[in-house]
Design a protein around this ligand. Sequence first.
Ligand code: SF4
Length: 242
Amino acid sequence: MDHPNSQPQHRSPSPQDILADAAARFAADKVAISFSGAEDVVLVDMARQLGLDVAVFSLDTGRLHPETYRYLETVREHYGVAIELLSPDPEALQTLVREKGLYSFLRDGHGECCGVRKIMPLRRKLATLDAWITGQRRDQSVTRVDVPHEQVDKAFSTENHPVVKFNPLAGWTSADVWSYIRTNGVPYNPLHDRGFVSIGCEPCTRPVGPHEHERAGRWWWEEATQKECGLHAQNVIRIVNR
Ligand code: SF4
């Protein structure tokens, strides 16, 4: 499915091209799809249809909706794919909860909680990989308008260990994603049928109205330009420096 704005003479690579390229350039144990339990399931479906041997992981923050946990199992069974769940470090989590409670993000912003529940586990995982594949799209947020198909992930690379981030769906719209889901009979998170568009942790996600932007349902008490959980902190850095 080409994006409507793509020019025939400079055809953008399809998401499938990018997935195949990532799988060809990196060993099977050095590249993985990051699956959030939301629309980015299309990456899992595409990898499966292409017969690619690409691992899948997901961040189990401990605060996901029950529907999302069940959906992860649905995807696991539907595709026969192992989904590695990354959990927070127990000690760091206990310290946060003991000192600040379960809803510190409402007072202090989401950075600290996301740091413990998402960023630390992801950093540990990415230290074992050379590349990861995400479902980021440019139309998702003001923080994502410049997302390329491939980039060096400055947030998680170190001097001795560059990490490449592939964003095969960067040029797709939400409509493109849903067209793919419907056409290919891809299982989706039932929360989407209840007005949830961008789905994250239960306390930090709410349904959006028909005229609201999809990221309006995430951390709605914070500024739109700060609505990254740190997984894609590079996007916020770029906006600040603009
Ligand atoms: S999205 Fe909310 S609950 Fe989940 S890790 Fe971030 S601040 Fe914590």
